[in-house]
Design a protein around this ligand. Sequence first.
Ligand SMILES: Cc1cc2nc3c(=O)[nH]c(=O)nc-3n(C[C@H](O)[C@H](O)[C@H](O)COP(=O)(O)OP(=O)(O)OC[C@H]3O[C@@H](n4cnc5c(N)ncnc54)[C@H](O)[C@@H]3O)c2cc1C
Length: 439
Amino acid sequence: MRYGEGKVAIVGAGLAGSLMAVYLGRSGYRVDLFEKRPDPRIEKGQRTRSINLAISARGLDALGRVGLDREVLDMAIPMRGRMMHAQSGRLTFQPYGVKGQAINSVSRANLNLVMIEAADELSNVCCHFSAVLADADIDNGVLKIRDPGGGSISETYDAVIGADGAFSSVRAHMVQRQRFSFSQTYLEHGYKELTIPAGPNNSHRLSRDALHIWPRGGYMMIALPNIDGSFTCTLFWPHEGPNSFEEVSENEVVQFFESNFLDVVSLMPSLMEDFASNPTSSLATIRCDPWHVGKAVLLGDAAHAVVPFYGQGANAAFESCVVLDECLKECSGDWRSAFATYSHRRKPHTDALADLAIGNFVEMRNRVTSPMFLLKKKTEKLLLRTVPGYLPLYSMISFSTIPYAEAVHRNRRRNALTRNVVLLAGFALVVLLLSYLLG
Ligand SMILES: Cc1cc2nc3c(=O)[nH]c(=O)nc-3n(C[C@H](O)[C@H](O)[C@H](O)COP(=O)(O)OP(=O)(O)OC[C@H]3O[C@@H](n4cnc5c(N)ncnc54)[C@H](O)[C@@H]3O)c2cc1C
């Protein structure tokens, strides 16, 4: 079978599944895309809660390869840096990169819609909504799909792509196999989404070109702007213990906010209602190895869910679509070799991202306010402006497509070099001082 030939099932029309359907559909594959939720186009235009996410260079690169980047950027709000809100209300702005560089706040639903519409335009891609994976024989590529009426159909495919998210059903069929390693590590913090509604005439009530952070040591809140003038806030809080979802009730939450997030509480008139009605969700890192068994392979969060503190989960999922497509081309459409090459090539990078994302949580909730951190950021900015080719770690991750593990490696090597130079300079200074003192 050659590249572009054959029949593929993609389970999950979330961010990764819908983009992969566009890639494969444009290459000529016959694609069935199954999604358990109803068709989002039917609900289009109805007012639902805005949930957004940050798309940066890797996501835009993957979207750009199928000509969807412009459409996504047109509905995005560029965020040039972090705006830190101290307990005292003092604001500090830290740019993410050099002038013109920004990460982009996009509505998750609209982003998904762009890709679903692009996939559905292709005559060889068939989108099935309210279609749930009920069972799978992954060795033979047979899927049993349940329809909304309670009936089910079984269909055989040359390949099955499990893009069904962090709690993947396709992966559940792999976990039972020998030599399939799997780990799911929960953070002790969970999260809840809250809202700052728009001001008059859809104006933003905080500066709209920044990702806002309220770092408070053991917990934090962030807010990303939406095009309708509102902000989606995410409160990251421990599940248990003092100042936690378990301890603070909906009746106490306004008081808690008045003590800890005073500058924003007046902008959140429905805080108590949002807190009571919006779900509290968990955050997990998923690792598995390999990413393929039989005729099935995992894509996006199903293979490599990470905690959201580097704003990279969806960007990485999009980048994985590019890598899978490249592997298929390189292996001339031989699914099994392509899956093995993809899993082997990509996993070290998403593992590196998983570690970075956990590390960045500590930085965001804690270190962003420390004088040492601010000095480091200022030094990085100076080096970025003056040293040709210098890229801080954040820039390598968010503004380049340097593979994640390589970015981490380059950063480590550079830090070691800087440490040695500083030690050497210190030693030379001591020698000079001693020789001066001893005459
Ligand atoms: C609070 C939070 C903030 C985030 N912020 C960012 C950010 O700023 N930037 C960023 O890049 N990433 C961010 N992420 C990560 C990002 O949301 C995920 O990495 C991304 O959604 C992964 O896409 P996916 O398609 O793999 O999975 P999903 O988006 O979860 O899609 C999976 C799809 O599969 C469907 N499905 C599941 N089971 C079945 C079944 N049995 N049958 C049929 N369909 C099924 C689901 O309905 C869903 O549509 C954030 C995550 C969280 C939790």
